[in-house]
Design a protein around this ligand. Structure first.
Ligand code: PGA
Length: 246
């Protein structure tokens, strides 16, 4: 089975109205990249404008988080249905910054992934071990438990992003061998749980992906694309990363 690669940009808490030019450059550059899906996940404040600017292109617009409930008394939170209404087609859930800074548990992440499904959004479910966990030889165990607890049953309509926490925003990346080992492990876990359907699930690598290391990281077996933070804020860098699939 061939999975179409996806390069998704996570803008985190960056971007104002003036950033729309960057998205427009991504949309223009995407025309030259027919073999890869592109996605930009701006802050919620920019979703509707970005969705408008990307309409008709193969650049999808995603959100960075959602609440598990469809509506209600949750001041400051945003429901998956609202993200969909604003023009998003996907939502990142369980990013390590949410897990760490907002104490999100696997159960919370799973509830959010289910909310995404309910709203018709593709969930990008993030998993990844810390430096200490890797050094203790527990990386597979930790990621295995996160997959077990964070993925919803009853479908295979999500995307996984393996993001070693120690590689996020640090400029440090795992070796291609380590990435191969982890992605193979995740693929095996998905197969054990979802059977043949697991073949369709894309597994992205994330953590300090840049134009200079994209080829080495993204051509590893079982790597179906990237979730890019810092380097996704600049159209040139983001397109150069996606250009690995030219
Ligand atoms: P980074 O972030 O590319 O800046 O390391 C990746 C992410 O957090 O998704």
């Amino acid at each position: 089975m061939t999975r179409r690669p996806l390069v998704a940009g996570n803008w985190k808490m960056n971007g104002l109205s003036a950033s729309i030019g960057e998205l427009e450059r991504i949309v223009a550059g995407a025309r030259m990249l027919a073999n890869v899906d592109l996605m930009v996940c701006p802050p919620a404040t920019l979703l509707a404008r970005f969705a408008g600017a990307a309409r008709g292109s193969h650049v999808a617009i995603g959100a960075q988080d959602c609440h598990a409930q469809p509506c209600g008394a949750y001041t400051g939170d945003i429901a998956a249905e609202m993200l969909k209404d604003a023009g998003a087609s996907a939502v990142i859930v369980g990013h390590s910054e949410r897990r760490q800074l907002h104490d999100e548990s696997d159960a919370t992440v799973r509830a959010k992934a289910l909310a995404a499904r309910r709203a018709g959004l593709t969930a990008i479910v993030c998993v990844g071990e810390t430096r200490n966990e890797r050094d203790a030889g527990r990386a597979h165990e930790v990621v295995g438990a996160q997959l077990e607890g964070s993925l919803p049953d009853g479908g295979h309509d999500f995307i996984i992003a393996y993001e070693p926490v120690w590689a996020i925003g640090t400029g440090v990346t795992p070796t291609p061998d380590d990435v191969r080992g982890m992605h193979g492990f995740v693929r095996a876990r998905l197969a054990a749980r979802f059977g043949q359907m697991a073949e369709a699930i894309r597994i992205l690598y994330g953590g300090s992906v840049k134009p200079s290391n994209a080829k080495e990281l993204l051509t590893v077996e079982q790597v179906d694309g990237a979730l890019v933070g810092g380097a996704s804020l600049k159209a040139d860098e983001f397109l150069a990363i996606a250009g690995v699939y030219r």
